[in-house]
Design a protein around this ligand. Structure first.
Ligand code: ADP
Ligand code: MG
Length: 567
């Protein structure tokens, strides 16, 4: 049944002063003249999670030029823009205590992601939001609620969504930019590149807790070294020049505090486009790039780390290695193998977050501690095998020159300015041989493929597990935990929520036969076809699209989930 705005007003007036539970009566659908309001769920009391609403604005009303959503990339950029403008319009009306109620929408990060908060469809723009319905104590404040839903909300919809009220130039700029960036991303492979960093980019952030760019006075803009400068012609921006990082093995060297980690961080999040003004708009990384780090303490189940580890003192078989409490080196090895299993084609490694004994073992250490007593084959001795298997690496390494022997490209950061020093590094490698011996116990063998075993709780989709996320990056599925706090390429809490739901679904599919890769591919196909709503039985506005790598990361870290090698 559909009611009018006036009927909603009358209903709320009737509820004035009644017990909070009576708010349940407003659940339903309302035609507010020029848009539709759906009240999907009403909170049971003032302190419960807020009520869930949807606004549906017909496209004819929104007045958005079709050119802004002519393809998927443009539509996502438009949706992101509308969410930000809606959020901005709400912000100006921020309210006080429970006596006034409030409206809220998911807050976006600097990245442009597919989200469930705003969706542009052929017929309507849909916005999903929350309302804290006003009360005094536990009594309904119906007239205040009417103001919130019938005055405040229409004002925000008008200001935040109607094309006539938007900054049309900024909107076109964002949509065009994202399309340009995705054109560069799509062209990377044919140019033999794994990443691009545009000239003039501002990579450093204001602080560890503020992701906005460092101010123009303080930041040194990025400038590509001439020998590695490439140019892309993009559909809207003409020519964009910058650093092209070639396929293969790239080292980023340089003194401490010269901007190495800042560059790598930009490449990590460069798998996502960013909004105009972020400073990293033209930092574009292969979509299959995965940050690799040591993560001691993590859970591992049946991962084939035998290319990196063998003959452990515990006697464990490293072809199917499991632990409740990984060491730095075994966790880093497992992180690599799991990334490859999910389809990674570029590994991003920073010395700051690596296990030293996993990265290097120098000649003197080889002399003192014989190879028989060292289970680890360091990454140095496998990075070229990975390259031959089609997997590139970008390594930040200020501390070890042993990698000069295997590097295809060496970048030196000097006062935040990159120089190419590949030839000099080769010269150094010739003049000062390391004297170390390769420590491979056997030729590189593609890691064994795994399948998750059935999950006792049954999982999501039909299963009964409760899925919860915490801002710190913890996911809880039933009673089991998956700790994603070290997974660097989750940039919004909405992604973490979506990862949680995705894992719930994968658990319901797990049968001990279908491999991780097959399960991820199937889920991804569903997400392509049905969008984020596939992840939830009811419409919710707090999801953002994660990559397959982060979904895999959550599955792999779920304590108690067991895997079995299938070949
Ligand atoms: P490294 O990894 O080489 O030790 P970092 O990347 O951690 O160095 O950078 C050190 C400091 O310099 C950080 O505070 C960072 O924000 C700042 N920084 C990095 N790049 C720039 C830049 N282009 N302009 C100004 N400051 C920068
Ligand atoms: Mg560093």
């Amino acid at each position: 049944m559909t009611l009018s705005g006036e009927e909603l007003r009358a209903l709320l007036a009737r509820l004035e002063g009644r017990g909070y539970k009576a708010y349940q009566e407003i659940k339903g659908r309302y035609e507010l003249g020029w848009f539709t309001l759906l009240i999907d769920r009403v909170q049971p009391d003032p302190y419960a999670p807020p009520s869930r609403l949807r606004v549906r604005l017909p496209m004819a009303r929104a007045g958005l030029p079709p050119d802004l959503y002519a393809n998927r990339v443009r539509r996502l950029a438009l949706e992101d823009f509308l969410l930000r403008s809606f959020w901005g319009a709400l912000g100006r009306s921020s309210r006080g205590g429970p006596g006034e109620g409030y409206l809220r929408v998911e807050r976006p990060s600097q990245a442009v992601l597919e989200r469930s908060a705003v969706m542009v469809g052929p017929e309507a723009v849909e916005v999903r939001l929350w309302a804290g319905l006003p009360a005094r104590g536990r009594s309904i404040l119906g007239r205040v609620a009417a103001k919130l839903l019938l005055e405040e909300l229409p004002r925000v919809v008008e200001e935040g969504l109607l094309y006539a009220n938007l900054d049309a130039r900024a909107l076109a700029r964002q949509v065009d930019l994202i399309e340009d960036v995705e054109a560069i991303r799509a062209a990377l492979p044919e140019r033999g590149l794994v990443a691009f960093v545009g000239d003039g980019s501002i990579l450093p952030r204001r602080s560890g807790v503020d992701d906005r760019p460092l101010s123009a006075e303080e930041a040194v803009p990025f400038q590509a070294p001439p020998s590695l400068r490439v140019a892309f012609s993009v559909p809207h921006g003409g020519q964009v020049t910058g650093l092209g990082i070639p396929r293969g093995i790239t080292l980023v060297v340089g003194g401490g505090y010269h901007g190495k980690s800042t560059l790598l961080r930009a490449l990590e999040v460069g798998v996502y486009p960013h909004i105009p003004g972020d400073g990293r708009e033209y930092v574009v990384t292969l979509p299959s790039a995965v940050k690799i780090r040591a993560e001691d303490g993590r859970y591992i189940s049946a991962v084939d780390i035998s290319n990196f580890m063998a003959d452990l003192p515990s006697g464990d078989d490293t072809r199917e290695f499991s632990t409740l409490n990984a060491s730095g080196s075994t966790s880093q090895a497992a992180n690599i193998v799991e990334a490859l299993e999910a389809g990674a084609e570029l590994l991003l490694v920073d010395e700051d977050t690596s296990a030293t004994n996993f990265m290097i073992r120098d000649a003197r250490m080889q002399r003192l501690v014989s190879r028989e007593r060292e289970p680890i084959t360091p990454f140095l001795d496998r990075v070229q095998d990975l390259k031959r298997a089609g997997v590139s690496s970008i390594l930040v390494l200020g501390g070890s020159g042993d990698y000069f022997d295997v590097a295809d490209c060496v970048l030196m950061m000097e006062s935040y300015r990159p120089q190419e020093v590949t030839a000099q590094a080769r010269e150094v490698a010739r003049a000062l041989p390391t004297g170390r011996k390769g420590e491979e116990r056997h030729p590189y063998t593609p890691p064994r493929v795994r399948a998750p075993l059935p999950w006792p709780g049954g999982g999501g989709e039909g299963g009964e597990e409760r899925i919860k996320v915490r801002a710190s990056g913890q996911l809880q599925i039933g009673r089991a935990e998956s700790d994603l706090s070290a997974v660097a390429q989750l940039v919004e809490e909405g992604q973490l929520r979506a990862v949680g739901e995705a894992v719930g679904i994968l658990l319901s599919w797990a049968d001990g036969r279908r491999t991780v890769r097959e399960l991820l591919a199937e889920l991804e196909a569903k997400l392509e076809e049905r969008g984020l709503d596939y992840l939830s039985p009811y419409p919710r506005g707090d999801l953002a699209r994660p990559r397959r790598f982060e979904i895999a990361a959550a599955l792999n870290r779920l304590r108690g989930l067991r895997f079995r090698p299938v070949r």
